[in-house]
Design a protein around this ligand. Structure first.
Ligand code: MTE
Ligand code: CO
Length: 429
């Protein structure tokens, strides 16, 4: 490997020392040939030609699991938080285990969760959505009222603007769960905000909406009316069942392609106005500080981005010979048209094979089937979207945005695969 790269070993050690070592060790980045960490040795008595235990006895009855759970052998597939990242665990993030998932849909129990004041238990019978401000008729809806509007099903990704935010100044967190796990992709069932607003009747001066959550943070954001009338949904179901409490049960806003912070959960009020409110979450937070000290405001779109989910630090290479690289690409501005993958840190690229549905503002799955001879690899992926935009390198991004930012880091990720199969988060110098 002639190309130079650096690993921010100090910061990674800092991460280990800060008490999330178990999160990494279970993922298997830190020691040994990582495959051995993940698989317990097989008991020969359960291997052919013997008849294994589970073929000899009756299995569990249907009464055992009224609500199904994953196999006990999948108990390591869980959301994880990083304790030192936030001041409290209520106002925190639990990251999606992207390295363990495949396809494009995130299972409900594994969707990352991000709360400013913890997840409240909202009783749907007592929940109300109020619409006030520049409307002909202020209205208060029950959940049953909302479910009588025409219903739609749409698959969208939700990405927190802070996803990959810790990586602005260099490689930090050793696992795509932590570097990229503030994204999930589910099918929402709900109604169009346009239809609900129509019921209240918009005054001619209406231009902006303020969406407000029913949690104790009362989190609120300003939304341009144009977007609201285009494709915003009020969702009550995800992947066919009721929203999970963490995702805003019983009602959340779905703002396709735009930063996750706008997707107000436990949605209780929409005020119609003629200008933005400049709430906390769109002034002191969720604005992007540039190198010259000015800030970008209202950076709504999530630009095209991708990441190789396996191999990655928590999902090391276990075999020489045939291997599958699996990854995700997405764009808030349209569909993913192509994904390139490099094995040598961006010198040579090959086109990945996209498989599964390719939808607007949705995660898109890609693969590269390749033979590994045991050499060092610097794996990268690069997304292209239907607007012609190509995902930038981290240095291209920093040249425009500086290093003061937290939000909207869609730079190309590099994973260094070592000859023993372990994978580390690195940056190409
Ligand atoms: N809505 C309310 N009411 N309270 C919150 O704390 N967090 C926001 C947004 N909506 C939040 C909220 C942020 S920053 C993000 S990224 C998304 O919800 C996270 O959605 P999720 O928890 O379903 O992943
Ligand atoms: Co967020």
């Amino acid at each position: 490997m002639s190309r130079k790269f650096f690993q921010s070993m100090t910061s990674r050690r800092g991460f280990l020392a800060a008490g999330v070592g178990s999160a990494i060790a279970t993922g298997g980045a830190a020691q040994g040939l990582a495959g051995e960490l993940q698989k317990a040795a097989a008991d020969p008595k359960n291997l052919p030609p013997n008849v294994p235990d589970w073929s000899k006895y009756l299995g569990e009855s249907v009464a055992a699991a009224p609500y199904g759970k994953p196999s006990k052998f999948e108990a390591h597939v869980i959301r994880r938080d990083v304790e030192w990242l936030t001041a409290s665990r209520e106002s925190s993030v639990n990251f999606t285990p992207l390295h363990e998932l495949d396809g494009i849909i995130t299972p409900n129990g594994l969707c990352f969760e991000r709360h400013h004041a913890g997840a409240p238990d909202v009783n749907p019978v007592e929940h109300r959505l109020m619409i006030n401000g520049l409307v002909d008729k202020p209205l208060i809806f029950t959940m049953d009222d909302l479910k009588r509007f025409p219903r739609y099903n749409r698959i969208y990704f939700l990405e927190c603007a802070a996803n990959s935010g810790m990586e602005w100044r260099g490689a930090q967190l050793n696992g795509c769960q932590f570097t990229h796990g503030m994204v999930h992709n589910v099918m929402y069932t709900g109604v169009l905000l346009k239809d609900v607003l129509n019921e209240a009747g918009l005054k001619p001066k209406a231009k902006w909406l303020m969406l407000e959550g029913g949690d104790s943070s009362g989190m609120n954001r300003s939304l341009p009316l144009e977007k609201a009338l285009k494709d915003v949904m009020l969702a009550f179901k995800m992947n066919g069942e009721a929203l999970r409490r963490e995702q805003g049960y019983p009602l959340r806003a779905v703002i396709p392609g735009w930063e996750g912070n706008l997707w107000v959960k436990w949605l209780r009020r929409i005020e119609v106005g003629d200008e933005p409110w400049h709430a906390r979450e769109e002034t002191s937070k969720y604005t992007d500080l540039l190198a010259d000290g000015r800030s970008r405001r209202f950076t709504y779109f999530m630009d095209a981005k991708s990441v190789v989910t396996s191999p990655s630090p928590q999902s090391p290479l276990q075999y020489k010979g045939r291997n599958v690289i699996s990854g995700l690409a997405w764009s808030g501005r349209g569909t993913i048209t192509r994904v390139d993958v490099s094995l040598d840190g961006g010198r040579n690229w090959r086109e990945a094979r996209i498989d599964g549905p390719v939808l607007e503002a949705s995660l898109t799955r890609f693969y590269v089937d390749f033979d590994w001879t045991g050499q060092d690899l610097l794996i990268q992926s690069r997304a292209h979207d239907s607007t012609g935009y190509v995902q930038p390198t981290k240095s291209e991004l920093r040249a425009v945005r500086g290093v003061n930012s937290i939000y909207h880091n869609n730079g190309i990720q590099t994973w260094h695969v070592q000859p023993n199969g372990e994978v580390e988060n690195v940056e190409i110098a």
